[in-house]
Design a protein around this ligand. Structure first.
Ligand SMILES: O=C(O)CCC(=O)C(=O)O
Length: 322
């Protein structure tokens, strides 16, 4: 599965063969700067009401909900295997989502706020002292879904990530996560759980359907300095007639995308932040790649002490599928 975008030689050519030295926010600012400039950030925002107020569950009820298995159908498994992603309805209740959102808002207010681009990224939330967010990050309901979709016995958490695209924040460029994650395995999946419904104008995560669709973008050179990669990938998909699923997310719906599934998101053109909890899982037994690069961002914080080429089993990467 060696791809030009992942090769060490190409990392050198495109100037990404260094470690990322700045913050995670800086990483997102840099990354969003690579988005197609012609798909400009909106100047007029669509009025969107805040999520409805609902009663919050007790911690015990939340723990129970997030530990209860989700009944994945054969069709949903097949869709993930064929398309590289799947959207699942009603995985998390409105009350549980509201509890997570309240915690995210509390912790965000105490932090530094989003970077220049309006993209707020907060990771390792289960280490931030919030029991609610710890229950989400370590949720067996979500971890089991990740393992079952990958068809593996157990998965470990790579990292959890709160992603808040503030009103007016621009486009997330086309990419696939295997490009970022320094994990030497094809059994890697990311869950993307919106903390409110995501209508079209808010920029739902959009997926290029097809397990092997990434091959169409293989010859598109990655650029660390301009939007040519985002535009080139979009053009390759258009030319090949790839189906792109940019459908809205209902409240409680979430997606899982394989690390080779290309995805992007339009700008958030609404008056509300687009809040999401994204967690990445990998099959137990996977190893750290030999040469992580700057595209891998802040990976040392997510796997402290993991050695290039070594099996990943740090205390921050627990098995979560039990
Ligand atoms: O939320 C976004 O706009 C991008 C998120 C993403 O690429 C991911 O979670 O893999």
């Amino acid at each position: 599965m060696e791809s030009r975008i992942l090769s060490t030689e190409h990392a050198r050519e495109s100037g990404v063969d260094q470690q990322w030295e700045q913050t995670n926010e800086d990483w997102w600012d840099w990354y969003l700067s690579l988005a197609d400039a012609s798909d400009a950030a909106p100047t007029e925002l669509v009025e969107e009401p805040p999520p409805a107020t609902v009663p919050l569950p007790s911690l015990a009820d939340l723990a129970q909900e997030l530990a209860t298995p989700y009944a994945l159908t054969g069709e949903q498994r097949e869709r993930f295997a064929a398309d590289g992603y799947v959207k699942l309805p009603a995985v998390v209740s409105p009350g549980a989502l509201a509890a997570a959102r309240a915690e995210v808002e509390r912790l965000a207010a105490a932090g530094d706020g989003p970077g220049r681009s309006g993209f707020l990224s907060m990771d390792l939330m289960w280490q931030a002292g919030s029991e609610v967010l710890r229950l989400f990050a370590l949720s067996p309901r979500l971890g089991r879904l990740a393992a079952d979709l990958l068809g593996t016995t157990d998965v470990r958490l790579y990292h959890d990530n709160v992603l808040s695209k503030e009103p007016g924040c621009g486009r997330t460029p086309w990419h696939f996560d295997a490009h970022h994650f320094p994990i030497a395995s094809t059994d890697v999946v990311t869950s993307w759980l919106p903390l409110q419904a995501i209508p079209e104008a808010m920029g739902p995560l959009a997926f290029a359907a097809g397990r092997n669709t990434w091959k169409l973008a293989e010859d598109t050179d990655f650029s660390a300095t301009d939007d040519s990669y985002d535009r080139g990938v979009a053009e390759a998909f258009r030319a090949a007639g790839v189906r792109v699923d940019d459908s809205p997310f209902a409240l409680g719906e979430m997606s899982f995308h394989h690390s080779w599934c290309f995805h992007y998101a339009r700008a958030n053109a609404t008056t509300q932040p687009r809040m999401v909890m994204a967690s990445t899982y990998f099959a137990d037994g996977a190893r750290l790649v030999d040469e992580p690069t700057m595209v891998s961002g802040d990976w040392q914080r997510f796997m402290p002490g993991a050695e290039p080429g070594g099996r990943i089993d740090t205390p921050l990467n627990p098995i979560v599928s039990a």
